[in-house]
Design a protein around this ligand. Structure first.
Ligand code: SF4
Length: 395
């Protein structure tokens, strides 16, 4: 296909190429967007969450939206009729720096559609990154997207310049990918690409690691299939994060008649993912229902606890760190504080627990204090317990 590339100024391009970049996610969405209208105004400024729960504003943009690919769900697909535009490396580097020098953004997230070939697109992105690092002396954060089929030499060069590399696996298996993308080969293009990135990362770890993204709800995949893959990626590839992107139908695509995936499903996946990475759960332990999905009406940690009543109540003065962490309402920090405090005093009152950060309204139904059950007058765990808190997390 031949694209007509109209002449547009850099700001007009940014409106278009920043808007379509929203489909690449790099953090639990909308935490800040919900709070502030300013992020809804600039579609290309993406509020991600920093290490201490603070807002990191990423300038998120595509180098080009012209694509040889024809993925069924994607706004940039080849057969879709809309305006194709590209930034030159120089133009994009200067535009980003304008925003950065005014203090409007804190870092760059650079991706692209596959314009002509993966390597040609990557060379333009690489050039943009090189200009920023060498000609303009930019030392800030860069998240750099590797396209399927990219040559390893380009990945090596990108790894020397970027803080983070990512590649989108999109689906939990080749069978599911076939429902989404006719031209991508799951094993060679996607897992092969991830393997190349992981190799580079093993030799010289990237400051902000390696991540991937999965589309949720468009390929009849189950949460179990998704989280089994995530578990393998964390174990075998030492991935920093797997991001989950709830499918949204886009007009004039083959999947435009599919229903959108619920944001609650995406949210439950993030909560379960957190249990895999930070709480020592295995994918097999997660509380899937018969249909292979997580329950929607309870957070996964609570659902797990309610299915394992034999493990509760836990005696606060005796349980080890890992047993404490499995109690709904007790997080890693409060479990550590409990273990430390216990060396000096026994826990006999809920007030003492509250001081360690335990959410006692949730935890009390799963605990004893010196053998005394404190669960709101009931003798065992009930469903009347609040949701697990959203866990602030880094990018
Ligand atoms: S290759 Fe990427 S940009 Fe192109 S259609 Fe597929 S998902 Fe969209």
């Amino acid at each position: 296909m031949t694209y007509v590339i109209k002449k547009l100024d850099a700001d007009s391009k940014l409106k278009i190429l920043g808007e379509v970049a929203r489909f690449d996610v790099c953090g639990f969405p909308s935490v800040f967007t919900r709070k502030s209208k300013k992020f809804q105004r600039f579609k290309f400024i993406y509020p991600a969450v920093g290490k201490k729960g603070h807002c990191v504003r990423l300038f998120k943009v595509l180098q080009s939206n012209a694509c040889e690919g024809n993925c069924f769900y994607c706004s940039n697909r080849k057969d879709r009729n809309f305006q194709r535009i590209s930034f030159t490396p120089d133009e994009l580097a200067k535009l980003f720096l304008q925003y950065y020098s005014k203090g409007l953004v804190d870092g760059l997230f650079l991706s692209s559609a596959i314009n002509r070939s993966a390597d040609q697109s990557e060379e333009r992105m690489l050039k943009t990154t090189q200009l920023l690092r060498t000609r303009h002396g930019y030392r800030g954060y860069i998240h750099y997207k590797v396209l399927p089929g990219t040559d390893e030499s380009i990945i090596n060069a990108a790894a020397r310049l970027a803080d983070r590399l990512s590649i989108n696996l999109e689906a939990p298996s080749a069978k599911h990918l076939a429902e989404l993308s006719p031209s991508k080969d799951y094993v060679s293009d996607l897992l092969g690409g991830l393997e190349k990135i992981a190799r580079v990362n093993r030799q010289k770890p990237l400051k902000a690691g390696v991540t991937t993204q999965l589309v949720v709800g468009a390929a009849k995949e189950t949460d179990r299939e998704i989280l089994n893959l995530s578990g393998r990626l964390y174990r075998d590839y030492k991935l920093w994060r797997v991001y989950y992107s709830a499918f949204m139908p886009i007009m004039d695509t083959p999947l435009d008649n599919l229903l959108p995936c619920s944001l609650l499903r995406e949210y439950r996946l993030y909560q379960a993912d957190f249990l895999l990475r930070r709480y020592g759960f295995t994918p097999q332990e997660l509380p899937f229902e018969k249909n292979g999905n997580l329950p929607q009406d309870q957070d996964p940690k609570l659902a797990w606890a309610l299915r394992h009543e034999d493990k509760f109540p836990v005696e606060v003065n005796k349980a080890d760190f890992h047993e404490l962490m499995r109690v709904p309402g007790i997080g890693r920090i409060s479990a550590r504080r409990i273990v430390e405090t216990r060396k000096k005093e026994k826990f006999t009152q809920l007030n003492q627990l509250r001081r360690t950060g335990v959410v006692t309204a949730r935890a009390r139904n799963f605990l004893t204090l010196q053998g005394r059950f404190c669960g709101g007058g009931k003798t065992k765990a009930t469903h009347q317990i609040n949701e697990q808190l959203f866990l602030w997390e880094e990018l």
